[in-house]
Design a protein around this ligand. Sequence first.
Ligand code: BTN
Length: 234
Amino acid sequence: MNPVLHFPVLNSTNAYAKTHAQELADGTVVCADEQTAGRGRFDRVWVSQLGGLYFSLLLKPQQTAYLQNLTQLMAVSVCQAVRELGADAHLKWPNDVLVNEQKICGILSEAVLKQNRFYALVLGVGINVNQNSLPDVGRPAATLKNLGIPADKSALLNRVLTLFNARLQNALTQGFAAFAADYKNWFPYLGKTVSITNGGQKLFGVAENISSAGTLVVKMPEGLREFSIGDMNA
Ligand code: BTN
């Protein structure tokens, strides 16, 4: 069981978990009903009104080789949990969960350094659950409620953590060999034309593969290119 710290309001669960990383145990979950300064990838704002599920899982892994995998294992776990509720969810690389091409979950992973060395990983998860509406952020988004799917936030949190812990345990004992196959089960874009925004450039190609390291391999006119960071769109 993960220790869970629950707050009615925080600026950001990621910020709290990072600030308190030393005194919090490995596996602690920091959860808030609302965030006043929720943050997304690429310094975007993550609007965090009442009704959404906002939490950060603090991990203190022994090695850093699999950090991207850990973030994506969380995405797979969220995807599975919302599918179990009846949503036709899939993954958009690297770690968004979409339903009908509308985003219902985003994940921001951040490293915590101690004396300039990696100390902990914070996996911050925002799931659009029971908000009645979402502000227009220029990208399609939906809540489970909008999709007609009733969900209990604490049951959803527990299910996501159960699924994540099982995958993590499996990976720690048997290695991450099964990672790509697991991820690809939830990723419907292979063989499709996608765009990748990377370092200010928008590039087009055909999504060829997800590697065991979680990178996206894209076939481009000049050959195969592997991306470890970026925004993919179909
Ligand atoms: C994204 O840009 O898609 C990632 C969004 C991550 C939002 C979550 S909500 C809980 C945690 N605290 C934050 O400030 N951000 C993450």
